[in-house]
Ligand binder design. Sequence first.
Ligand code: NAG
Ligand code: NAG
Ligand code: NAG
Ligand code: NAG
Ligand code: NAG
Ligand code: NAG
Ligand code: NAG
Ligand code: NAG
Ligand code: NAG
Ligand code: NAG
Ligand code: NAG
Length: 757
Amino acid sequence: MHIWIGGILSDTDTTGRTRATHVFLLLMLTQLFVMAAEANTQDFSALMILMQEWGIRPPSWVGSDPCAEGWEGIDCSNSRVTSIMLASRGLTGQLPSAIQLLSELEILNLSFNKGLTGPLPTSLGNLTKLVYLVLAGCSFSGAIPGTIGSLEQLFYLDLNNNRLSDQIPPSIGSLSNLNYLDLTGNKLNGYIPVSSGTTPGLDMLHNAEHFHLGGNLLSGKVPPELFTSKMVLKHLILDNNNLTGRIPSTIGNVQTLLTVRLDRNSLSGHVPSSLNNLSNMAELHLSNNKLTGPMPNLTGMDLLYYVDMSNNTFDVSDVPDWFSTLQSLTTLMMENTGLQGRVPQALFSFSNLQTVVLRNNHLNGLLDIGTIYSDQLQLIDLENNLILNLTQSGGSNYTLILLGNPICDKTNMEKKYCIVSRSDSSYSMPPSNCAPVACSSGEVLSPNCKCAHPFKATLVVLFVSFSNLGNFSYYTALQASLMQSFHSYNLPVDSVSVSYPTWSSSYYLQLMLEVFPSGEDRFNETGASALASVLSNQTLPRPDYFGPYIVEFYYGKSGGSNKALVIGAAVGGSALLILVALVGVYAFQHKRKAHEPWSRSIPLVRWPFITQKKQTWISNISGSVPQLKGARLFSFEELMKYTNCFSEANDIGSGGYGKVYLGILPAGQMVAIKRAKRESMQGGIEFKAEVELLSRVHHKNLVSLVGFCLEQDEQMLVYEYAPNGNLRDSLSDNFFVNFQLIKWENLKWETYPHQIP
Ligand SMILES: *[C@@H]1O[C@H](CO)[C@@H](O)[C@H](O)[C@H]1NC(C)=O
Ligand SMILES: *[C@@H]1O[C@H](CO)[C@@H](O)[C@H](O)[C@H]1NC(C)=O
Ligand SMILES: *[C@@H]1O[C@H](CO)[C@@H](O)[C@H](O)[C@H]1NC(C)=O
Ligand SMILES: *[C@@H]1O[C@H](CO)[C@@H](O)[C@H](O)[C@H]1NC(C)=O
Ligand SMILES: *[C@@H]1O[C@H](CO)[C@@H](O)[C@H](O)[C@H]1NC(C)=O
Ligand SMILES: *[C@@H]1O[C@H](CO)[C@@H](O)[C@H](O)[C@H]1NC(C)=O
Ligand SMILES: *[C@@H]1O[C@H](CO)[C@@H](O)[C@H](O)[C@H]1NC(C)=O
Ligand SMILES: *[C@@H]1O[C@H](CO)[C@@H](O)[C@H](O)[C@H]1NC(C)=O
Ligand SMILES: *[C@@H]1O[C@H](CO)[C@@H](O)[C@H](O)[C@H]1NC(C)=O
Ligand SMILES: *[C@@H]1O[C@H](CO)[C@@H](O)[C@H](O)[C@H]1NC(C)=O
Ligand SMILES: *[C@@H]1O[C@H](CO)[C@@H](O)[C@H](O)[C@H]1NC(C)=O
């Protein structure tokens, strides 16, 4: 079967023409479905539906075979579509149910299209070959469909930063191949599902290494059943939810855990002693809960870099032993935790130590920082304690804060350490070796001293192993590894700059990322999308210091300033706010008309039938019994009468398939009657299916079907025609002006040039 759609794809110069094509696209699709055509056609149809829904028209999407013709963003195997990668393309609209037609799909990656809204269709569950489902940073809402549990092959499920609500479907527990589960930054509520009886749950995910569920509204207990020794979980991220109850002692069963973030919930009770069974732990965040009982014993966590247990209500206790033994520590955050006694000098000698925050405790006596202390030490914050005296070597290179301690009472008031100078957002760019150059507006000087429009984004890193934001060697390492990734994907990148590190209020590290193009002075849309896509791959190699990150950016107008970023970072009062805040700026000036951009070339016109109500139509139409709603069956004689025996005067157009006649029904309604030539006729079933579909479509922008005639030697469709309407605005008018017709026999499109007088 051959389909020619060049006419459709190049026909966008007026809205009206585009609309007219819809009618025919629709006709064509009907035909395709009912003819149960070969698989390739099915994929083609599905892509046409997606294209219409999302309002995109990629220039490379021509011809009728997405696989043979190298459609951008589409990959195939054995002539079937296996991958759709359209990250950051400015797509708008919903995810049509028709996605299920792409039954060989393995990768669906639509991240960072803020305009994608509406619910995730239940038909996603029919894409049983899916391995990657990546819809991060869109605006999908509603519940995650339970059918997602049918995706047996799924390895990677990333829905972070949408507006998904309702509960986490227990069926996710059936995804036995799942490695990566990221639902961060949604509005998911209810309990964390665990299996019981025949109901699956997250405890069954024995191959998952990542549970990223932070920044939601999850409530109830962290279920003890969640943790089993069969798990290989590395990252358990549940921060910024509304979880209550105790931390279950079963957590000690999951020996593989590297990072645990349970901070910013309402967890209470004692921290289980099994925690120090987790000897691989690198980052532990328990802060801002209601934990009680003895100070947790972290002895044995010899690889721990970052610990934050601030703002809990532990029993007043002496400084624990592990302050003197956890040699890997970079960051110790124990604000407001009931600590008393002396801070051991050994702590400061840990060679990686960067930050010690012990504000609002009862630490007393002599603070001995000693002469041998970490050369990375940046901050010792002991505000509001009971420190009486200080031993410190000269020439210290870190900030010490002792305000609110007795030592600052009288004689030392003028000392630097008695005056607060906490300023952890003052880092900016690494020193530049460039000669001062004035770049033109919107351009930025790259690390290689060239002016260009960078691709900008914000990286929100879920956890890091360091806290000295002023040490640029971390960012240099990240830059290098990003460069390496971009080059391995053959992207034309000149240089990468990572700068403006700040902490969010939930201690996520936020970084500004600028990627500079090589050759051109800006990335074109293809390049920008590819960058976005690479960044969305969480398994991208990166230095060990950086945990997983979330990327935020959008297609902005040009000239976005760094101010936007800084403001975004500063105002985010809660993690959720920060995660959702659009702080990235994509300085990318589109010259839309000039070089046929990717998105928006088709004005936003919806397929009327792919609304939620009508989403079932595709499944209904295959193998259905025609049900004619409101479409009338005309006899040949009747139509003959209404058209003056199909007189030439009534002939308003013709095409390869046959002719169109103007007719007037007895009630005075004007109709256009499309009459098939004998050789163009389709089988009765196909014809009925077309009629059935058309009869269900009622939309102000579409000509609706009034009726049809199906007799031995005749097939006719009767459409509404409004002669008295405003011709300019009336679709019916455009409909005939640019009448493109299906040749029913071989589905070839033809343009019909007749104009109604
Ligand atoms: C999609 O899946 C549902 C149940 O999961 C099934 O009933 C339906 O037949 C499937 N549709 C197609 C087209 O395979
Ligand atoms: C958190 O849970 C408490 C009680 O369990 C409830 O009162 C509160 O409204 C919840 N907060 C949110 C944001 O859901
Ligand atoms: C520590 O881990 C081992 C191995 O999984 C387990 O057998 C043991 O019960 C755990 N201990 C605690 C206290 O959880
Ligand atoms: C902390 O745990 C270690 C090892 O599990 C143990 O030897 C030590 O006695 C514990 N310390 C306290 C104060 O319980
Ligand atoms: C502890 O709580 C105070 C007051 O709510 C807050 O300002 C501070 O940032 C919290 N500390 C940490 C480390 O989360
Ligand atoms: C910066 O970090 C690197 C990597 O951890 C470390 O080797 C170096 O000593 C640090 N430099 C300073 C000045 O802290
Ligand atoms: C502080 O320590 C110094 C030297 O160790 C000592 O001379 C001084 O008396 C101490 N001051 C107080 C108030 O303890
Ligand atoms: C303080 O740090 C800066 C930069 O990290 C370094 O150049 C300087 O030598 C350090 N000073 C001391 C006294 O360690
Ligand atoms: C976009 O940029 C890439 C690399 O610079 C180039 O190969 C490609 O042809 C460009 N595409 C368009 C449509 O200009
Ligand atoms: C998303 O698609 C892009 C290609 O467009 C790919 O490079 C990237 O790795 C994908 N992301 C994930 C998480 O698979
Ligand atoms: C993501 O990156 C990893 C490591 O570079 C690579 O193996 C994997 O294929 C990428 N995923 C996709 C979908 O591109």
